[in-house]
Design a protein around this ligand. Structure first.
Ligand code: ZN
Length: 580
C-alpha cells in the first residue's frame, strides 16, 4: 500500500538520530554545534519516501534546503533575511548544510512555503525534538544557547533599523545624485554629490548657504585627500600664509604642486542653482521628474495600490524683504509680516501620514510676462495637482478645507469625475443661514450653491479645545460634497464626516517641511526660494518613504509615530558614502 510506505515511524527517526550522534562522537569535536549534528543526519533517507512537491531547483538540493530549515528551527531563526546574512558570514555552516552559497531570503521563504510539504515539515519537527532530547540526555551542548544569545545581539531592533535605514537611504541618495536636478557641466570643479551634501548640511544646521558651506568645508578637511597625479597625500596651506578666504579652499601636493579646491562656497551654490534653472518652468519640470522617480520606487512596494484619500493644501512662507520681489503675495498677517510665498501641495493620506505627490507655487508675475503662462489662480493649480494625482493613484475622496470652497471647485471636481468632501466654515454665510434653523443632524441633498448642486450635511460633534483637553463642548460641523447621499441619511452623514479627519497632520507636515528640511536663504531671487521649498518637500517625502520602508521590514506594519527622527535621517543622508 502506497500510504504505508510514506509513513516513517518515530523509531526510525530516533534510530537515525542516534546514529548521527554516534558519528559526531567519533569525530571528537570539543564543542559540536547544531550544524555538525545536522551534517551527520542522513536526511535524504528519512524523507526519501515523503510526498514532495515538484521542486526543480538544481543549484540547491531539496535535501540541503530541508537541512537549512531544520537548522533555522533548531536555532530559533525565524527571519529569512537574517538567515541569509548569517549564512553569508558563516561559510562553515553553509558547508555543513551542503549549500554551495547562501540562498537569498526569497529563495528560503519560497522553499518553506511552497515546496516543503506538511508531511516533511512534520518530520523535521520530530527530528528537531529528538535532537534536543538526545542532546539533553547525553549532556551535549550543541551551542543552541550560545547561538541564541548571538541572535538576540544582532537582531536587536537598532541593528535592523540601522541596516534598513542605510539601505533605503543609499537608494534615495543615489537617486538624487544621478538625477538631472543637480547635474553639472563636465568641467565643473565640484560634483553633484558635493552640492547635495552642502544642501543637506544647511538643512541639518538650519543655516544659510554661507555658514553651511564653511561648516561643510571644515568637515571635508578632516578627510585625507590623495593627489590625483602622484598619489601622495595632499596638504593644506599653512595658516600663516593664508590671507584671503579663497586660500582656505584648496589643498596642494607637495611633490607635484597639483591643486584641488575643497568645497563650493555659498555663493557658488546659489550661482549654480540660479544658472541651472533659468526659468520656473524648467525648475518645476526637473522637480516633477524627481518626484516621479521617487514615486516609481514607492510603487515597487505596493504602498498605494488601494484607492486612497487625497488632500490639497495651501501654505504660506512668510517673507520680510522687499515686497516687490517676484512671487510675493499678500497673506494673512502672521509672524510679523503680511507677505509671503504661496505653495499648494497634494498629499496622499495613508498609514496616518501624508505622502506628498507634488507641490506647485502660486505665481503672479508682474514684470511684462503674460499671466496666462503661470499658475496665477488657485483653481488652475488645484486642477493641475488633481490631474497629476489622478495619474498616480486611485482616488477615493478629495478632502479640502474651506479655502477651496467655491462653485468653481465643485465644477472642477465634477469635470474630473472625482468625489470631494469640503468643510464649511462660518464665512459661507449663505449655507449657514439656510441651514441654521434645522436640527443638528440634517442632510440637504440638492443644495443650490452658485451654478451647481451639492449635498450639505451637518452633524453634532464633541470637541475639546487644545489648551484645555478636559473641557468638552459640542459643536455643529457642516460639510459639503458633490456625492448624492444613499441609504439612511443620518448614518450616511456620520460615515462621511469621519472621512475628513483623514486629512490629518497638515500642520505637522508643513512644519517639518519648513523647519526641518528647508535650507535658509536671504536671497530675493524667486528661483532660489522655490528651489529650496521644492527640495524640502522632496526631502520630506524621502523621509516619509524611509520610515514606511523601515516599518515594513521590521514589523510588516506601519506604526503611528515615525521611527526615524528627521535629524537622524539627514545625518545618514549626509554621511552615506556614494561614488561620484
Ligand atoms: Zn602630486
Amino acid at each position: 500500500m502506497p500510504e504505508n510506505t510514506r509513513i516513517i515511524s518515530k523509531d526510525n527517526i530516533t534510530k537515525e538520530i542516534i546514529k548521527a550522534f554516534a558519528l559526531l562522537g567519533k569525530c571528537n569535536k570539543k564543542y559540536p554545534k547544531t550544524e555538525d549534528i545536522i551534517y551527520y543526519i542522513n536526511l535524504e533517507k528519512i524523507i526519501k519516501n515523503t510526498l514532495k512537491k515538484k521542486y526543480q531547483g538544481s543549484y540547491y538540493s531539496y535535501n540541503s534546503l530541508s537541512k537549512l530549515v531544520l537548522f533555522m528551527d533548531l536555532n530559533k531563526m525565524q527571519n529569512q533575511s537574517e538567515t541569509e546574512r548569517y549564512l553569508k558570514k558563516h561559510k562553515r555552516v553553509r558547508k555543513k548544510l551542503g549549500l554551495i552559497s547562501a540562498p537569498d531570503q526569497s529563495m528560503i521563504s519560497k522553499f518553506k512555503n511552497h515546496y516543503l510539504t506538511d508531511e516533511t515539515k512534520e518530520i523535521l519537527y520530530q527530528i528537531r525534538d529528538k535532537i534536543i532530547q538526545i542532546a539533553n540526555d547525553f549532556n551535549i551542548d550543541l551551542g543552541v544557547k550560545r547561538q541564541k544569545k548571538k541572535k538576540i545581539r544582532w537582531s536587536t531592533k537598532q541593528y535592523h533599523l540601522d541596516y534598513e535605514m542605510k539601505k533605503a537611504i543609499k537608494l534615495l541618495k543615489g537617486l538624487l545624485i544621478e538625477s538631472k536636478m543637480i547635474k553639472i557641466r563636465n568641467n565643473s570643479v565640484y560634483s553633484p554629490k558635493e552640492y547635495i551634501n552642502l544642501l543637506i548640511k544647511m538643512m541639518m544646521q538650519k543655516t544659510y548657504a554661507e555658514t553651511g558651506s564653511r561648516q561643510f568645508r571644515r568637515d571635508l578637511k578632516r578627510e585625507i585627500r590623495m593627489c590625483k597625479v602622484c598619489g601622495k597625500s595632499l596638504l593644506y596651506p599653512l595658516s600663516k600664509k593664508v590671507k584671503k578666504d579663497w586660500a582656505l579652499n584648496y589643498v596642494y601636493c607637495p611633490e607635484c604642486d597639483y591643486r584641488e579646491r575643497i568645497s563650493p562656497n555659498g555663493e557658488t551654490l546659489l550661482y549654480h542653482i540660479f544658472s541651472k534653472f533659468e526659468t520656473i518652468e524648467k525648475l518645476m519640470k526637473d522637480f516633477e521628474l524627481m518626484f516621479e522617480k521617487v514615486w516609481y520606487r514607492t510603487k515597487k512596494y505596493n504602498l498605494f495600490r488601494e484607492p486612497v484619500n487625497i488632500s490639497v493644501d495651501r501654505t504660506e512662507i512668510p517673507f520680510y524683504g522687499d515686497i516687490n520681489a517676484d512671487g510675493i503675495e499678500g497673506k494673512k498677517p502672521e509672524k510679523g509680516t503680511k507677505f509671503g510665498y504661496i505653495q499648494y501641495t497634494v498629499y496622499v493620506s495613508k498609514f496616518g501620514r501624508r505622502y506628498t505627490l507634488f507641490s506647485l507655487p502660486l505665481i503672479k508675475f508682474k514684470k511684462g510676462i503674460p499671466e496666462s503662462k503661470f499658475l496665477y489662480h488657485q483653481n488652475l493649480i488645484l486642477k493641475q495637482l488633481l490631474i497629476y494625482a489622478k495619474r498616480k493613484v486611485k482616488i477615493k475622496y478629495v478632502l479640502l478645507d474651506n479655502g477651496f470652497f467655491s462653485s468653481d471647485t465643485f465644477n472642477l471636481i465634477n469635470e474630473l469625475g472625482l468625489k470631494c468632501l469640503i468643510i464649511v466654515k462660518r464665512k459661507e454665510k449663505k449655507i449657514i443661514q439656510e441651514t441654521e434653523d434645522f436640527p443638528s443632524h440634517s442632510v440637504f441633498p440638492n443644495f443650490k450653491y452658485g451654478n451647481c448642486k451639492i449635498t450639505v450635511f451637518m452633524i453634532r460633534k464633541k470637541t475639546s479645545p487644545k489648551n484645555n483637553p478636559r473641557k468638552i463642548t459640542e459643536a455643529i460641523w457642516r460639510y459639503a460634497t458633490n456625492v448624492k447621499p444613499v441609504g439612511n441619511l443620518i448614518e450616511w452623514a456620520d460615515t462621511m464626516a469621519k472621512l475628513y479627519p483623514k486629512r490629518g497632520g497638515i500642520e505637522t507636515s508643513y512644519r517639518l517641511i519648513k523647519e526641518e528640511f528647508s535650507p535658509k536663504t536671504k536671497s530675493k531671487k524667486y528661483i532660489i526660494r522655490l528651489f529650496y521649498f521644492e527640495l524640502a518637500v522632496l526631502f520630506y517625502n524621502l523621509w516619509i518613504f524611509v520610515n514606511i520602508l523601515v516599518f515594513f521590514s521590521l514589523f510588516d506594519d506601519v506604526k503611528k509615530n515615525p521611527i526615524i527622527h528627521t535629524l537622524d535621517f539627514l545625518q545618514e543622508m549626509y554621511h552615506v558614502d556614494m561614488p561620484g
